[in-house]
Ligand binder design. Structure first.
Ligand code: AMP
Length: 197
C-alpha cells in the first residue's frame, strides 16, 4: 500500500502529477477541489455552500471537509492499493484528522510530495488554466486570496510534515515528465516502492 499527499500552492501542478502517479503506481485519487466542483456543478446543497467559499478563494470549514473525506475513505482504501490525497490536508487540523482516519483503517501516510514552484509562475499557470478551462476561481482577484490563504493556513503543514520526516521536497518547475521523474526518485528513496509502469 502506498498513501501519498501531493502538496503545494495552488497552481503548483498537484492535479497534473496526481494523474501520473495514479497511472504509474496503480493508486486511487481524491481531489477535494474536484469533489467540491462536482457538487457545485450538480447544484447540491453542499455545492451551494462550497461555492460561497471557493468563489472567494477561502477554505471550506475543516469539520465539513473532514466529514467528506471520512465518508470517502472506506471505498478508497478497500483494495489496499493506496491513495493520492490531492488538495487535502490544507490545515493542521485536517492533517491531524487524516492521520487518525488512516490509523482507524489500519494504515498510515507514507510520504508528502511537496511541489515547490516560485510564486510568479504559479500566477501565470493559474491565469492560463482559467483562460483555457474557464475554472471560475482562476481569476486575478481570487488567485491573490488563494495564495494568501495558502501562506497563512496551508504552508505551515510543510514544517509539520518535515518534523515527522515525511516531507519530500520536489522542484516543481520544468516539463511534466521531468517533474514526475523527480517524484518517482523521491518515492523510491523514501519507501522503496517503484512505479508499476
Ligand atoms: P483545488 O482544486 O485543490 O485548488 O481547490 C479549490 C478550492 O476548493 C480551494 O480554493 C478551497 O476553496 C476548496 N478546497 C479544496 N480542498 C479543500 C480542503 N482540503 N479544505 C478546505 N477547502 C478546500
Amino acid at each position: 500500500m502506498l498513501n501519498l499527499v501531493i502538496f503545494g500552492a495552488p497552481g503548483s501542478g498537484k492535479g497534473t502529477q496526481s494523474a501520473r502517479l495514479i497511472d504509474s503506481y496503480g493508486l486511487h485519487h481524491i481531489s477535494t477541489g474536484e469533489v467540491l466542483r462536482g457538487e457545485i456543478a450538480r447544484g447540491t446543497e453542499l455545492g451551494k455552500l462550497a461555492d460561497s467559499y471557493i468563489s472567494k478563494g477561502n477554505l471550506i470549514p475543516d469539520e465539513l471537509m473532514i466529514r467528506i473525506l471520512d465518508d470517502m475513505l472506506p471505498t478508497l482504501l478497500a483494495d489496499g492499493k493506496g491513495v493520492v490525497f490531492d488538495g487535502f490536508p490544507r490545515t493542521i487540523p485536517q492533517a491531524e484528522a487524516l492521520e487518525q482516519l488512516l490509523l482507524k483503517h489500519g494504515t498510515e501516510l507514507h510520504g508528502v510530495l511537496g511541489l515547490e514552484v516560485p510564486e510568479p509562475e504559479l500566477v501565470t499557470r493559474m491565469l492560463k488554466r482559467g483562460a483555457e478551462t474557464g475554472r471560475a476561481d482562476d481569476n486575478e482577484e481570487t488567485i491573490k486570496n488563494r495564495l494568501n490563504v495558502y501562506h497563512a493556513q496551508t504552508q505551515p503543514l510543510q514544517n509539520y510534515y518535515q518534523q515527522k520526516g515525511k516531507y519530500l521536497p520536489i522542484e516543481g518547475t520544468g516539463v511534466v515528465d521531468e517533474i514526475f521523474t523527480r517524484i518517482a526518485t523521491h518515492i523510491e528513496k523514501h519507501t522503496g516502492q517503484r512505479p508499476r509502469k
